[in-house]
Design a protein around this ligand. Structure first.
Ligand SMILES: C[S@@+](CC[C@H](N)C(=O)[O-])C[C@H]1O[C@@H](n2cnc3c(N)ncnc32)[C@H](O)[C@@H]1O
Length: 262
């Protein structure tokens, strides 16, 4: 079934941050808690901890209410700026930042990252370290020439983006435009890391269905090249666990590490 492109107004009105976290990252049956999370955590661990991508500032674009993808980054960046289109995601993220009793419990995922880093005992320290590195949560819109308008963000060492651009972009042309606009947010020689689902058409949050751009390896690599980046590394993997296909129908996952020219 075709999913009409989801409007921004639908995101504003119907994206429930709490329900999103429970559905996708819940400890017992979160749909993304298995192979997706492992894919992201492993690739980011290799990039940040072993791969030497580091610096002063990391900008995470389209953070949503999530923190899992920032858990390795906080070891190698002095500060992290997080961002999203939605106020309800900022509010949910703030709950975690302020240790609100109603905040989502990320312990099971923090433990995975601590295990990868070989300090399995230090989950609390890890969470505190990430909290201490978050500088601010900005509202952004990927489809604007300056996504942070009217705020001007100084170019950063690394821009990270997980499961985001397939939401607002209606086609690969629009995805490529966003990549071009991102160049103003990245220092010369800086890094762009994008991780997302392949060949998807929708995902659900509760009863609400949200469209996603259907991306594939060839189109993605063409878009990065057309936008003027150098691809350093690209990883593609099929979806193995097909349970939950009716909730989110991505067929695979990708990680692209690209660099802005010096
Ligand atoms: C599937 S969620 C991913 C959230 C988080 N990055 C993660 O990995 O769990 C998609 C995110 O894209 C955001 N989004 C949708 N349209 C956007 C836009 N035009 N600009 C920026 N973010 C947008 C949504 O608010 C939502 O947080």
């Amino acid at each position: 079934m075709d999913t009409p492109v989801t409007s921004q107004q639908k995101y504003i009105d119907e994206f429930n941050a709490k329900e999103y976290l429970q559905t996708y990252y819940g400890a017992r049956d979160g749909i993304l808690c298995g192979e997706w999370t492992v894919f992201v955590l492993k690739n980011l661990h290799e990039t940040f901890i072993k791969g030497g991508v580091r610096g002063r500032t990391l900008l995470d674009f389209g953070t949503g209410p999530s923190i899992y993808h920032l858990l390795s980054a906080c070891e190698v960046f002095d500060e992290i700026i997080v961002s999203d289109l939605l106020e309800q995601n900022r509010a949910e993220f703030q709950k975690w930042l302020q240790k609100d009793p109603d905040a989502f419990d990320w312990t099971h995922i923090i433990k995975c990252v601590c295990d990868l880093e070989g300090n399995g005992e230090d989950c609390n320290k890890k969470e505190e370290k990430l909290r201490s590195k978050v500088r601010e949560f900005l509202i952004c819109d990927a489809l604007k020439r300056n996504p942070f308008d009217p705020v001007v963000v100084s170019p950063v060492d690394c821009l990270l983006c997980c499961l985001c651009l397939e939401a607002p972009c209606k086609d690969m042309k629009s995805y490529c435009e966003v990549l071009k606009n991102f160049k103003d947010l990245i220092k010369p020689g800086g890094h762009l890391l994008i991780l997302s689902g392949l060949n998807a058409t929708f995902y659900h949050v509760g009863e609400n269905r949200f469209s996603t751009l259907t991306s594939n390896k060839e189109d993605l690599e063409a878009a990065f090249k057309e936008a003027g980046y150098q691809i350093e590394k690209a990883v593609y993997a099929p979806r193995v666990d097909k349970s939950g296909m009716e909730v989110a129908n991505f067929q695979g996952k990708y990680f692209i590490h690209a660099r802005k020219q010096k």
